[in-house]
Design a protein around this ligand. Structure first.
Ligand code: TPP
Ligand code: MG
Length: 365
């Protein structure tokens, strides 16, 4: 297994001081985004949010290994990766606010985040095969969780990639849990990485709380993928928070997890301590970086709040080219119950309606 922090000085890693600090800055910004998004959800600004706290090193380290036109194929928990790849934070907030396709910049080689588990893996292989047919030299980095490895889509995708030499890196963020299902109940294999053997491709394990190690492993994997050898990387990290804001992890797990310290340690604090020890950071610079991250997130929230709410009908817009008649009927029904902007029309007695999220609201007065 691959580790760098605590074992190598920065000048042995091949990472420049500037690049090492840029990784820190992106991890801090991602952490701030996550904290703010959680607070916005608690305020009712968005209906749900899946925090990635604890997974910043994996996501930022991996993205820093990508080349300019490589594709990122994320999930709902990959916000840190998307931010590091240049997706505006306001877009990510607006997606959670119900704007299915809100994108202020369509040029980014980033897929929409997949919420159905593992469906993005076959897509990633298709993108990789297409790049191959077109003689493009870009690779695909596809993120997914430990739980996703129990889906048929995972096995079909990795098999296909192996057979067709698709330039894809499958990056499994093993955060220990799939909602309440512990990773050791997910599979009887001792590791997820070794599942690569069955499909004739290479598998690697990496300390997912060490951004430099992740960057190293993913960079090597992307190079290999570009040469027609897909790779499965298992990044060992930890989901510090709840699965989503609808989840209460105290119902199924202890505060002190069964994992070793390196696995559950906070990646931002750990990397910060490393950079201080390497003489690259001091308390004042950390403070300035945190303040800069806070300002950037404030600006993103401001931009997101300035966008008017999606119309209720948008929920029907992005699956079919032509809506089947039954969905057409449901859309008409919804729009007659709302003003088309997602706001409830008062019913005749003014007491009930819908809040545009399909929830019935009662007048509590
Ligand atoms: C096809 C499908 N089945 C079930 C679900 C419900 N679900 C949402 S998240 C999740 C667990 C996923 O765990 P993992 O792959 O480890 O990702 P993590 O949430 O830990 O990032 C499940 C079962 C879903 N979204 N899609
Ligand atoms: Mg998981």
């Amino acid at each position: 297994m691959y580790r760098v922090i605590d074992e190598r000085d920065l000048d042995e890693t091949g990472v420049s001081a500037d690049a090492a600090l840029a990784i820190y800055r992106e991890m801090v910004r991602a952490r701030r985004f996550d904290e703010r998004a959680l607070a916005l959800q608690r305020r009712g600004w968005m209906s749900g949010y899946p925090p990635f706290r604890g997974q910043e090193a994996t996501q930022v380290g991996a993205v820093r290994a990508m080349a300019g036109d490589d594709w990122l194929v994320p999930t709902y928990r990959s916000n840190a990766a998307q931010i590091a790849r240049g997706v505006p934070m306001s877009d990510l907030l607006l997606f959670r606010r119900g704007h299915a396709e809100f994108r202020s910049n369509h040029d980014r080689p980033v897929f929409p985040q997949a919420v159905p588990i593992a469906t993005q893996l076959p897509h990633a292989v298709g993108v990789g095969m297409a790049a191959d047919y077109r003689d493009d030299d870009n690779a695909v980095l596809c993120l997914f969780g430990d739980g996703a490895t129990s889906e048929g889509d995972f096995h079909e995708a990795v098999n296909f990639a192996g057979v067709f030499d698709a330039p894809v890196v499958f990056l499994c963020e093993n955060n220990g849990w799939a909602i309440s299902m512990p990773a050791e109940r997910q599979t009887a294999s001792p590791t997820i990485a070794e599942k690569a053997d069955a499909y004739g491709i290479d598998g690697e394990r990496v300390d997912g709380n060490d951004p430099l190690a992740v960057r190293d492993v993913v960079a090597a994997a992307l190079e290999q993928a570009r040469a027609g050898e897909p790779v499965l990387v298992e990044s060992l990290t930890y989901r510090q928070g709840a699965h989503t804001t609808s989840d209460d992890p105290s119902r199924y797990r202890e505060d002190a997890p069964e994992f070793p310290e390196w696995r559950t340690a906070d990646p931002v604090e750990r990397y910060e301590a490393y950079l201080i020890e390497q003489g690259l950071l001091d308390a004042e610079t950390c403070e300035a970086i945190r303040a800069g991250a806070g300002d950037a997130v404030d600006r993103a929230v401001g931009r997101a709040e300035a966008v008017s709410d999606p119309s209720a009908g948008e929920v029907f817009d992005h699956v079919y080219d032509t809506l089947p008649p039954e969905l057409e009927r449901q859309k008409r029904e919804l729009l007659t119950q709302t003003d088309g902007e997602g706001e409830a029309r008062p019913s005749s007695d003014g007491a009930t309606g819908t809040d545009g999220d399909g929830e019935t609201t009662a007048d509590e007065e």
